[in-house]
Design a protein. Sequence first.
Length: 312
Amino acid sequence: MSEASTSPERDRRGRREADAEELLACDDCMSPADAFSVVASETRLSILEALWRSEETPVRFSDLRREVGMRDSAQFNYHLGKLTDQFVVRTDEGYDLRHAGKAVVRAVLAGTFNESPDVEPFGVGDPCVDCGAELRASYADETFAVACPDCGKPHGKYAFPPGGLNDRDETELLRAFDQRVRHLHCLAADGVCPECNGRMTTNIVEADEPEDAPLGLSVHVEHVCAQCRHRLRSSVGLSLLDQSDVVSFYRERGVDLSATPYWTLPWCVSDEYVEVLDRDPWALRVAIPESDETLTVTLGPDLGIREAEREA
């Protein structure tokens, strides 16, 4: 194998190693390895959970120990001391969770660390935008997907924490997935990473080959976090769901866009409604048909609406 053919893989490996070194390097804070070791204790997790459940905070030492159910005061104080400063804050009134402590409890509740459920595929009740067959939903590897079982058209595939499956029937699960997808992209479009709150950049991407197109979209939007490298991809139309021009257009026709599953809107799951006007800088035109009229919006490189026109 030639030197030229191996260099891209070396570059990628080098970037991964650099990212790992950056992640582990920390001069002014607890190292990630030490942080994980601190919470790797059932007693300490119980303390965090007790603080999370408490209706009033801060919680006094004696009340917190009683809630955890630990008789040995010295042993309890030892474990609480390990959590204090990084995961728990001590005040004159008692103890409360810091942001890191809340993050640990949320991760446990979400099932990120200790759940790996499977859900049998089920019918969505909505038709495929391409062939009209009933869509099916599936869940595997902490990812929820809606797709057509007949023609294979994908209608969305995104991460969905296992905890989101708890106490929800199929209808509630679909609603939760729809809302999660909307909020993920709303945050990303506003420049906030939904995973770590880092700075997120938004780019319009055009795939050179059909097989390279994510979600079957040759023209799509890609959000990338500069801090944690989280990547979120979607159709161009999905970024328009909360735009006032689009929301008003549907409201005038008696349609509540916020209560309409995004996968039932062809312009949200297909790039057939997207026309590339320019690539430097990017300019796109998106056609949004509804009833007897079409709303056509022109977008800039930031996906902001530059023009909006209606045609019968």
